[in-house]
Write a protein of this length. Sequence first.
Length: 352
Amino acid sequence: MTVHFYWFAPTNGDGEFLGLKVPDRKPTLDYIIQVAQTAEKAGFEGILIPTGIPYLDSWLVGSAIIHNTEKIKPLIAFRPGFVAPTVAAKMSATLDQFSEGRILVNVVTGGSAKELGQDGDFLEHDDRYRRTDEFLEVIKKAWAGEEFDYQGEYFMIKQGKLIPPIHQGPNIPIYFGGSSDIAKEIAAKSADVYLQWGEPVEQIKQQIEDVKQRAKKYGRELEYGVRIHIVVRHDEKEAWEAANHIISKIDQGVQNNMNHYYETTDSVAQKRMNELTMQGDRFDKYGWSGIGRIRKGAGTALVGTPEQIREGLQEYINAGVTHFILSGFPHFEEASRFGETVLPLFKEKVLI
């Protein structure tokens, strides 16, 4: 079994505190490259570049990282409704050529009506996912390299042809998440890696089994990933103090805006994350949902010593997870800390 570890590019700012009006560190080109190079040196295979209103453009950041690193793989997140699938195929193929096959893509349908509306997208939840379904069909046809036609509800292509071809084959790996039935069906049909936020292990396992059964209808097998934060220190007490430190300076205005987002989202995965946060701070052995108070999306962390973090990750591995997209605050320092203290434990011990 191969386990893949990825880090996160903080393209909306960084620092030791969440919930500030202005982050301590701006997402400058120099800083983002510094984080990526540090993650590469620490031993991470890839780095997620997020998408959405608060973040820098993921394609441009991905290109910058490609040209300033040697091995790490940018996992570029993007919205399928804001760019034609044939254009996305060309963009990803171009970066794939430049990087000699280092590109991964994370297709994000989106769960905030307000944020989507800020970019001019007003489709309802299931309509967005039906559009995503067609988008993935088209982009995979384009990556296949043959001329093709396509007629759907949202996209029509006549004599589509991708130039340049992708460097890796048969396609660029697609990472995709979502906890609604329609999202899981699309993942089963078209994704290579099904992603979840860091819920309790038993809930992760249940969704993995659900997607596995759906994928059988299409004669497919997927891999599975978890997006979660890490707070690791040599002493357990110190680790928990560091965790609470992250959310110790939340601005009330920022909190109010985040509460409104939580109340209005139509994302099933976000609602599940909200419920977990309201149930209390801790879950499983080392899980902590405190980050979910002020951060949308991935709102949980594993907290503890290197051995405890390894144990917590191993429980997800035993449930079927082989891809971990991790992060910590600040991302520059925490990438090194995880690489120095936790990654060696996976090399020294046999995975169950």
